[in-house]
Design a protein around this ligand. Sequence first.
Ligand code: FA5
Length: 336
Amino acid sequence: MQGKLIDLKNEALAQILSAGNTRELEEIRVAYLGKSRGKITNIIKKLPDLPPQERAIVGRFANETKKAIEDALETQSTFLSKRRAENIAQTEWLDVTAPAVSLPDGHLHPLTQTLNEVVKLTNRLGFQVVTGPEIETDLYNFERVNMPKNAPSRDTQASLYLDCRNSKIQPGEILLRTQTSNMQARVYEKTKPPMRVLVPGKCFRVDDLDATHSYEFWQFEGFVVDRGTKMTHLFGTLDYILKGLLPGIEYKLWSTNFSFVEPGVEVVAKRTDGSWMELLGAGMIHPNVLKMAGIDPAQWSGFAFGMGLTRLAMMRFQVDDIRVLTNPDLRILKQF
Ligand code: FA5
């Protein structure tokens, strides 16, 4: 029976030493010294069955074992309480005079930085910002800017139409807007000229992804309708915005065709590697667009421009691939 007591004592001491909290210690105490089923208690209960001589020796040994386990429980309990107090002191201290833990500063995405600059510059010229839907009807995206169905000019803007089967909407009626020009007719419906409007927003096209093209990109449309608006006003406005955004920019401007302007121009700018990248289309608003909006082209004239904000940001931050600006990887974004 003494051998059994020695084994139980070793077993209990090992468990006590590896206990991590007072709840575990209490479980060990109950397992060995608990009143009803403690392993040591059970042995003590059987002492009366032993012959008197053996009873005295085993009885003393059992009491010593019990005492050793109780002492170990006490020591470990003190140790655990002290360690807990130290942990709390380390993690839960309060010093109202201590300097705050500084969190790393975030910053605006390069596209947002560029857009904010555009808004600031055009605001000085009296432009007001308007935003509109990315999911648009064929009517506003194309027809009301003089691009009727089957117009060849639509070929330049391969479009993503929404699948409208099982709905009342006719196929080909709703699409992801291909250009921020979609907002011209929407604004004309609600605003009487004169007006100076800036429409930033995302556009979508079925364009193959390459260094300067994405299927999703940002544009901003500017349009002015007033009495006596001329091409020179357009040129002055474009020059002010481009040079304000990109000091030292070298750009070329030549005539081109968009259904919603007459005449039309486009601007390309020189990149650091010497190549030229198209930045925008612009022109004098086509009389048909004004007429469809109920604005008399004999009294009012206007100019409009549609700039690629993503491409301007590429120039501003000297990024040579558009995909860099659509990548959410923080290791890239932290560089701007
Ligand atoms: C238009 O979207 C016309 N709505 C612009 C306009 C407005 C002309 C008002 C006249 C008057 P265009 O398809 O060329 O035009 O696009 C204008 C600019 O958007 C481009 O010069 C380019 O900077 C940018 N852009 C066009 N497609 C993409 C693309 N797939 N990825 C990135 N940028 C693009």
